[in-house]
Design a protein around this ligand. Sequence first.
Ligand code: GDP
Ligand code: MG
Length: 163
Amino acid sequence: MHPVVTLVGRPNVGKSTLFNRLTRSRAALVADFPGLTRDRHYGHGRIGPVPYLVVDTGGFEPIAKDGILKEMARQTQQAIVESDVVIFLVDGRAGISAQDHDIARQLRRAGPTVLLAVNKAEGMSTGVAAADFYELGLGQPYAISSAHGDGVAELLDKALAPW
Ligand code: GDP
Ligand code: MG
């Protein structure tokens, strides 16, 4: 079975942009992966000899505003259960938000393999971009730019190192 890498994070941090960069065939057949659900987008990618499945969460249906927090928690929980690696995206320009803290708490409690990616870091010094995010308690933050590609290969190498 291919390793499953799931992208989580609050709306607008760049999950779908990263998903598009990590996948070449965007419409993986959900039917090929029993147990995976339909409220996310699945795609295939390959790095060197290692094929992987990427899961994009969030934002496929309009959700009432007061439902977003609950929905994020639900999708994060599901990601924890069905993934080999979770990539938790935050916005390096916006800084840490309360929603980031909520998701981080959930991920720390569950203890899956998590990589913290500080997105939108193009043109920023990687040290400066990442520094604030240590306080989420998920280890080293990786500065990336989903839009431009900076740091993405390194992040993926790290995520898939066990494979
Ligand atoms: P999602 O809601 O987490 O899926 O976020 P999207 O992928 O839809 O991106 C939200 C917004 O952030 C869009 O306007 C993207 O163009 C922008 N964005 C995504 N990645 C980057 C990045 O690396 N740098 C910058 N500057 N903007 C980005
Ligand atoms: Mg999205």
